[in-house]
Ligand binder design. Structure first.
Ligand code: ADE
Length: 419
């Protein structure tokens, strides 16, 4: 079997962590059981470019149980859990190409391995695999039945491709499903970003001023959790509606220009480029911590910071580099500006990835079943899939809900009944 992981002797620990995570993924387990019997992907080659974590391992096990012949590579050079990668290879027979800290060349070489597998279904977190196929292997486009996209940044890229008429096969915006973004983006990012910052710095959150850039679901989740732990939270935004929402949720809202001088900890969650840049670094307090929890490491202008610094102290703690500015103030950058929650911590907890990855599995099955009807467009996840997952998740949590009475159904479907 072809693979490239750090060290197979890490597999015992990886297996323990995969099985522990599986215990918190009941919806995925139920799907795996059905897939084992029905084999919806029988004979299908799949390639996935995802964060290589214990939760992803359980997704891959489920797709394999469904008959898929599947390869996995990393969707970020720093998010791979090397023990999990080792166990996927040794214990679950899944070819993995991912090493934590791999450089750009190795990262793209690993993506090429997933392309060379000649998949008919692909799965992405950030659209690097789909982009690579479009840019370098467009002859393969015709064989791809569909591709699932896991994250906001990836969906933005794919919609831009669709708008420019460049998209060559169907993609499904898994990120946009309620069973994904309301839970994974909000509660997952909220908790795991706090976790990454605390593991990297051991900072006390209570009493600090946190500056949160971006008030989408990820920003909302993180702002909520920081506030809950006693931080004073400032939100920066470029869109008026989320800015208003943040203000009415009780956060200070102001331009980064102002926030830069008062923040203790800055976190970007926008999906955009250079949200923190030299004019902001110049205003920051001594000891300011800056981190990113958006998909790509472009939200902080790191080359700009490097250029400004008179001294750089790398690795003053794991995942912390210190930049000393000409004014003598020290700025601490976490995890090279890569996703702090996956680089310095373990990513979102399994219980929330259960819903995201259940959505991935059922959407992949839907793509295979409906491929004849699909065009080169960005599709939504079918509503029945979302309802099924939410129902099963509620059941696994021991939560019951009411059912409409016949009278209520009539009322909701009629327009004649008034006051
Ligand atoms: N994205 C965020 N957290 C994750 C996790 N635990 N596994 C895979 N992808 C993730």
């Amino acid at each position: 079997m072809d693979y490239d992981v750090k060290d197979l002797t890490l597999a015992d620990e990886g297996k323990r962590r995969i099985l522990w995570a599986d215990g918190d993924m009941p919806v995925l387990q139920a799907i795996r059981e059905r897939f084992e019997n029905e084999k919806p992907f029988s004979g299908k080659k799949m390639s996935a470019c995802l964060h290589v974590t214990a939760e992803t391992a359980n997704l891959l096990r489920t797709l394999k149980a469904g008959g898929a012949d599947i390869y996995l590579c990393a969707s970020n050079p720093l998010s791979t859990q090397d023990d999990v990668a080792a166990s996927l290879v040794r214990d679950f027979g899944i070819p993995v190409f991912a090493i934590k800290g791999e450089n750009r060349d190795v990262y793209y070489r690993h993506i090429e391995k997933c392309v060379a597998h000649q998949p008919v279904v692909t799965m992405d977190d950030g659209a690097d695999l789909v982009s690579d196929i479009h840019a370098k292997h467009s002859e393969m486009a015709g064989q791809i039945l569909g591709s699932m996209e896991e994250t906001t940044t990836g969906v933005i890229r794919l919609r831009a491709m669709e708008r420019d008429g460049a998209l060559k096969f169907p993609v499904i915006a898994v990120n946009d499903a309620a069973t994904k973004n309301l839970f994974d983006n909000r509660y997952g990012t909220g908790q795991s970003t706090i976790d990454g910052i605390v593991r990297a710095t051991d900072v006390l959150i209570a009493g600090k001023i946190f500056v949160v850039s971006g008030y989408g679901w990820c920003g909302k989740g993180f702002a909520m959790r920081a506030k809950g732990m006693g931080a004073k939270v400032v939100v920066t935004e470029v869109e008026p509606i989320p800015a208003l929402e943040a203000a009415m949720d009780g956060f200070w809202v102001m331009p980064m220009e102002e926030a830069a001088g008062i923040g203790d900890v800055f976190v970007t969650l926008t999906g955009d480029i250079h949200v923190l840049r030299p004019e902001h670094f110049a205003k920051m307090k001594d000891g300011a911590i800056i981190a990113n929890s958006g998909h790509f490491n472009v939200e902080i202008d790191i080359p700009g910071l490097e250029k400004m610094a008179k001294e750089i102290n790398r690795g003053i703690r794991n995942f912390v580099d210190q930049y000393v500015l000409p004014n003598g103030r020290r700025i601490r950058l976490l995890a090279d500006g890569r996703l702090v929650n996956l680089s310095a911590a373990e990513g979102h907890p399994a219980s929330v990835m259960d819903m995201s990855f259940a959505t991935q599995c059922l959407t992949s099955e839907w793509v295979v079943k409906n491929s004849e009807k699909l065009e080169a467009k960005v599709y939504k996840v079918p509503k029945e899939i979302e309802d099924w997952i939410a129902t099963l998740k509620l059941k696994s949590m021991g939560i019951g809900i009411d059912e409409l009475t016949e009278e209520q159904k009539d009322y909701l479907s009629s327009w004649t009944m008034g006051t």
